[in-house]
Design a binder for this molecule. Structure first.
Ligand code: TTP
Ligand code: CA
Length: 363
């Protein structure tokens, strides 16, 4: 689930001074150049009804709120950071894995504790909201989905104080009518570019030819959009400080380009890497190697596996293939070698998740 606090800075200001609650509240970053120069940081939902939103000039916000009794306040970052820290601690207690993104947003992987049930996840979300309300007098909006991408879009679907659950079977119908700019990576420019080729909704994008899409936006972005609109996203909820890759590097006894000598050494590195991966309960989807040659030049190769793996044999075999290619492609002798795995999935749970999702989509 993605938890996003509502009009965060402005809500904290309302909490500090409840008498302003029913008025438009505009939190501003004053640049100090002149009295009204600067930009709106955020505004409460009363102010938003007048068209006031993050990023607009303070002077423009004032003109939109002319003749209205509105409250303009300077940002108080220290207070917001303090509230953020406290509320994040509450949220962390509800997650198997927790990832804060920004001052007022966090992803909570709750799959394990709710046994992959979306009903139980919704129940948990209601508890989170109650807890935050009673402990901190704040409201938040929560989106629940099979992955981070869907959870994020779901959280934006109903605000403020919303709770939106999107089960795997509902992902497509949920995404199709939404505007393309709800996808990460679609900014104002991309949106305009899409409009010129007739794409307004995620559904339009889904119908669009993938080849054309990659022609217009490049292969990386084109594929990203394609995956995103299918609701595909396999990124982990990444705990802070948790490794994004695990690697080992070693110096060979002698400089060589004999594959067997190299693999003798990398096999041991693979075992060390594998042990580390095993202890953390992870599986990996990417394998990389690095070779530092006698002249200190560095070469690397990597491979993405079709499925997450956790066996040392798979790692060794992949590393063998990569080094085979690397050695055959160069005359240089190798001095140091390294092995790296990345693109992690959490072991066991993945399988369970997939089967539970199937169960869910049938119900
Ligand atoms: P957001 O979560 O984007 O916005 P919000 O919490 O104010 O409103 P919403 O109910 O739509 O979630 O941003 C969190 C805080 O970050 C926001 O309260 C103020 C700050 N911020 C800025 O200072 N400038 C900006 O342009 C944006 C978008 C946010
Ligand atoms: Ca927010």
């Amino acid at each position: 689930m993605l938890v996003d606090f509502d009009y965060f800075f402005a809500q904290i200001e309302e909490k500090r001074n409840p008498s302003i609650k029913d008025k438009p509240v505009v939190v501003c970053v004053y640049s100090g150049r002149s009295q009204d120069s600067g930009a709106v940081s955020t505004a409460n939902y009363v102010a938003r009804r007048y068209g006031v939103k993050s990023g607009i000039p303070i002077a423009l916000a004032k003109s939109k709120l002319e003749n209205v009794e509105a409250v303009f306040l300077p940002v108080d970052h220290r207070l917001y950071e303090e509230v953020s820290e406290k509320t994040m601690t509450v949220l962390r207690g509800y997650a198997d894995y927790f990832e804060q993104v920004g001052i007022d947003e966090a992803y909570l992987d709750v799959s394990r504790r709710v046994n992959c049930s979306f009903e139980q996840a919704a129940e948990l979300a209601r508890r989170v909201k109650n807890d935050i309300r009673s402990q901190h007098e704040l409201t938040c909006s929560i989106g629940i989905g099979p992955n981070k991408l869907v959870a994020k879009i779901a959280a934006d679907a109903q605000k403020p104080d919303g709770l939106t659950v999107v089960k795997p079977a509902q992902v497509e119908s949920f995404l199709v009518p939404l505007s393309v700019d709800r996808l990460i990576g679609v900014g104002v420019k991309t949106k305009e570019k899409m409009e010129t080729i007739g794409i307004r909704t995620i559904g339009d994008l889904a119908k669009y030819d993938l080849w054309r899409l990659t022609e217009v936006f490049g292969r990386k972005l084109g594929t990203h959009f394609h995956n995103a609109l299918m609701g595909i996203d396999d990124k982990l909820v990444q705990e802070r400080g948790e490794a994004e890759s695990i690697s080992r590097i070693a110096t060979l006894k002698e400089d060589t380009r004999d594959l067997k000598t190299i693999l003798d050494r990398t096999d041991r590195l693979c075992e060390e890497v594998h042990e580390d991966v095993r202890q953390r309960g992870l599986s990996f989807k990417s394998v990389g190697i690095i070779a530092i040659s006698t002249d200190m030049s560095i070469r690397s190769r990597s491979k993405t596996l079709d499925n997450p793996a956790n066996k040392s044999e798979v790692l060794k075999r992949t590393v063998e293939g990569l080094f085979g290619k690397l050695v055959s492609e160069s005359e240089l002798k190798v001095r140091r070698v390294g092995v790296k795995v990345s693109n992690f999935a959490r072991e066991q749970k993945t399988q369970k998740q997939i089967t539970s999702f199937l169960g869910d989509s049938e119900s």
